[in-house]
Ligand binder design. Structure first.
Ligand code: KG4
Ligand code: ZN
Length: 385
């Protein structure tokens, strides 16, 4: 039966609110989508070129990693026994754009979809930082998108938010990288209070220098820790510097000297006892890190701890800290194993979280003023400093 004019008017009248509601819902979704931002993150502070894409939801929920790609320069630097800054910069130049293409393709995005370009502003090697910053600013200017310079350590600190089990604020953070060892109270993004730090070498440096003394190749930390699996951690009585100092500071320079003395004493036997020496060195470093972290938890009454930075990949550290914290009903969070060392995902994530928290807005000034030396205190939200 054909519809009469009255029927059409009746239908139109009664379906109008429905259509209107649908239109509003569609507009709201489009608006939300428009507000959600795609962050491209570039890390180039040392010997890894990392690029990643993170989607920052408009509703303030935890940003999501869409894709990331990494090129490690370990093979290139190995022949020199350590990072050669000039070679590092040149290699970043070669890698950064192909890696960018790779993350865009694997996320099904194009450069035009990128809303903000984030890069590591410091600390790190000046030349290496300049590559990431320069490329980020050039992309930003060409696309007419704002850029944001990120503190490398804040990237590490917030990297556990990329894991399947993200932490909640507040927490104690043990930041253990190649250049830094710090215990921090973290109350939110940009709300960091340093409780203790190393007065000389960092934990990663202690691993690397001890490995070198033992004749292990670069990068020392992971190689020493692999070798330690076959050794006896109690074979050599090595010092645990500042273990009972009562404060939350660290000192690892003396440990390296003790390892050197022990290696010399062993002489020709070093080769046969290397695994034992590696295991004993690792045990000394881990004992101090675990004890000081427990002290920080006790002093602050915090119930949650986050471990970040390259040394956070160490299995003995994870096992001992997990054990100690389980006994005290304290939650421990780590970044995913492959995101413990330097990567672009943590830089994109830190940028997204800073924007969401209203700590910093990206800008179109494109001044790539990198900061090779940049204490984390410098970015602490002033109201809480
Ligand atoms: O955070 P990261 O990648 O770079 C910096 O920002 O410094 O940390 C690198 C440090 C190096 O000292 C490296 O030897 C150490 O982390 N590292 C490890 C392990 N994996 C990386 N140390 C001990 N055990 C590991 N499995
Ligand atoms: Zn790092």
């Amino acid at each position: 039966m054909p519809l009469r004019r009255d029927d059409v008017t009746f239908l139109a009248w009664h379906t109008r609110p429905l259509q209107q509601a649908q239109a509003w819902a569609t507009a709201a979704v489009l608006h939300l989508r428009a507000m959600s931002q795609l962050i491209l993150g570039i890390e180039s502070s040392c010997d890894e070129t990392g690029v990643a894409l993170v989607q920052m939801p408009a509703d303030g929920s935890v940003p999501v990693l869409l894709s990331h790609a990494l090129h490690s320069q370990i093979e290139m630097h190995r022949a020199y026994g350590g990072v050669v800054p000039e070679l590092a910069s040149r290699d970043h130049i070669r890698r950064v754009l192909p890696l960018t293409q790779q993350v865009l393709e694997s996320a099904g995005k194009t450069l035009q979809d990128v809303d903000v370009v984030a890069f590591t502003r410091g600390p790190g090697l000046a030349g290496a930082l300049l590559v990431g910053a320069g490329v980020a600013c050039a992309l930003g200017a060409a696309l007419d998108r704002p850029v944001l310079g990120v503190h490398h350590l804040e990237g590490h600190l917030l990297s556990p938010f990329l894991s399947a089990d993200p932490p909640e604020f507040p927490f104690i953070a043990l930041l253990v990288s190649g250049g830094h060892t710090q215990l921090m109270r973290v109350d939110g993004v940009g709300r960091y209070a340093i409780l203790g730090e190393t007065i000389d070498d960092a934990a990663g440096e202690a691993f690397d220098k001890s490995a070198k003394v033992m004749g292990l190749p670069y990068p020392g930390g992971p190689i020493l820790s692999n070798l330690a699996q076959d050794g006896n951690p109690e074979a050599f009585a090595l010092p645990r510097p500042l273990l009972h100092s009562g404060d939350l500071d660290f000192s690892f320079a003396g440990l390296k000297t003790a390892v050197l003395t022990q290696a010399k004493k062993l002489g020709d036997d070093l080769e046969a006892r290397k695994a034992d020496l590696a295991a004993s060195t690792q045990a000394a470093i881990v004992d101090v890190l675990v004890k000081k972290t427990l002290n920080a938890l006790k002093q602050t009454g915090m119930q949650r701890v986050v471990v970040a930075g390259g040394v956070g990949a160490n299995q003995r550290l994870r096992a001992q800290l997990n054990d100690a914290c389980a006994k005290r009903k304290i939650r421990v969070h780590y970044p995913e194993l492959h995101l413990c060392t330097d990567n672009g995902a943590m830089i994109a994530m830190a940028a997204a979280m800073r924007i969401q928290a209203g700590q910093q807005q990206p800008s179109k000034t494109y001044a790539f003023d990198v900061k090779p030396r940049w204490p984390l205190d410098a970015i602490v939200e002033t109201a809480h400093a």
